[in-house]
Design a protein around this ligand. Sequence first.
Ligand code: UT7
Length: 321
Amino acid sequence: MYSRIAGTGSHLPEKILTNADIEKLVDTSDEWIRTRTGISERHVVADGETTADLAEHASRKALAAAGVEPGEVDLICVATATPDLVFPNVGTLLQDRLDIHGCPAFSLEAACAGFAYALGVADKFVRLGEAKCALVVGADTLTRIVDWSDRGTCVLFADGAGAVVLKPASEPGIISTHLHADGRYKDLLQYPDGPSRGFHLMREGKAGVRMKGNEVYKIAVNKLGQLVTETLEANGITKDQIDWLIPHQANIRIIEAIAKRLDMPMERVIVTIATHGNTSAASVPLALDTGVRDGRIKRGQLLLLEAFGGGFTWGSALIRY
Ligand code: UT7
């Protein structure tokens, strides 16, 4: 038994923040942001708009694409680092909005690699016969926790959600997932506060995403390079067999480095960073849905998904779409 992607969906908030808008907030320039990151604009949530809102829109589109009624869903797994509430979890909030009740619903947090983790977990449920229709979501509103006075981070992050519906299949589907983490790097990329620390920094207005960007960059390229090799070798696949690379959209230079490692021309890479920015756990499913809906990604093609984030956490998935 395997799982396969029956449908995809995504959602971006309406409000757009351009590089010119950010030039008014911090000492930066459109030119610097575009050349160093590849980002021109990003979508950000409006007042009152939350991660669960974005997740719901993306989920409804994925369910419609899969031809599935919400009532058929028997597992909800949402990857997010920016939940609406500490609890109930976003999976549960999403379940209630879809008006379905009783099935397991949870969130997991693996920062920007969250969707790879969620896909890996949900795939196991389906393979073991414990779920017949799994809704897997990556949704984040990182602009809510960014320090808008820090030009090293506020130019990067954005909001959005992407979702897939997984159903059982006799052939893969999800061929394999590869998940890794190394907490030794916890200080290089973090939001340094939380409930168990009493939210003291947040109360004093001193919280906000912190990143040693340059160090993160080097380790990301290194780990993702190893990860794509591991994914190919585990399946006896050669680079030229991959139809589409669907990378985490953190920096166009990181994306290009991994494409180069795979000897893939950029025409076979789904790149959304120019208009999406870094949407954290939403970035990979947003890129996947973009490629599916514009007709580039076709049934039967071989997809390599990869992502890297705070922790560090990193993960990949090899998928026959
Ligand atoms: O999604 C989770 C994983 N995250 C990532 O993978 C992000 C990885 N890191 C990166 O993408 C890049 O490191 C950044 C885009 C964050 C930064 O690019 P960089 O080429 O590594 O720049 P840098 O940090 O080495 O800084 C170079 C210069 C510095 O000035 P000096 O010291 O050379 O005078 C920075 O202060 O650029 C300056 N700088 C900026 N200048 C204008 C940093 N941010 C900005 C900015 N605008 N927004």
